[in-house]
Design a protein around this ligand. Sequence first.
Ligand SMILES: [Ca+2]
Ligand SMILES: [Ca+2]
Length: 141
Amino acid sequence: MSDFNSNGQLFTDLTSEQAAIVEGGLTVTIHSIQCLKAGADGFFGGKDEAFIKSSDSGFIENPGVTATSVMSMDSGDSRTVNRTWRNFKNSLRIDLFDLDGNFGNSDDHMGGFTAKSTGGQVFSKRVSGSGSRYRIFYSAV
Ligand SMILES: [Ca+2]
Ligand SMILES: [Ca+2]
């Protein structure tokens, strides 16, 4: 929506996305993950080859480099991740997958969530999918 201000100059109202750019966007850090149940390889059993990816858009840093390395996860395992994503918006989508490339299948989705600001505090989020359950520890500002 456009309008003229008192000096007769054209100005445009910011959309919420543009306002987030002015405010600096959102920075999401995944601190660690905990595997509550490793089950995404079905009857093959064993561990998940977990990786975290954001399919979001509008990245400020590392565009295109959106996934972590693969972490071998068994039930009860915890791993430090310490990976940060930053975008232009006020939310950022995080998804967890099990790598299945060696079997020629597409990777299994093990759940995800849309992160919003936590005021810098560390929150945990439970996600599940494809027979696996995880807890993801994150913060966002
Ligand atoms: Ca699998
Ligand atoms: Ca796998």
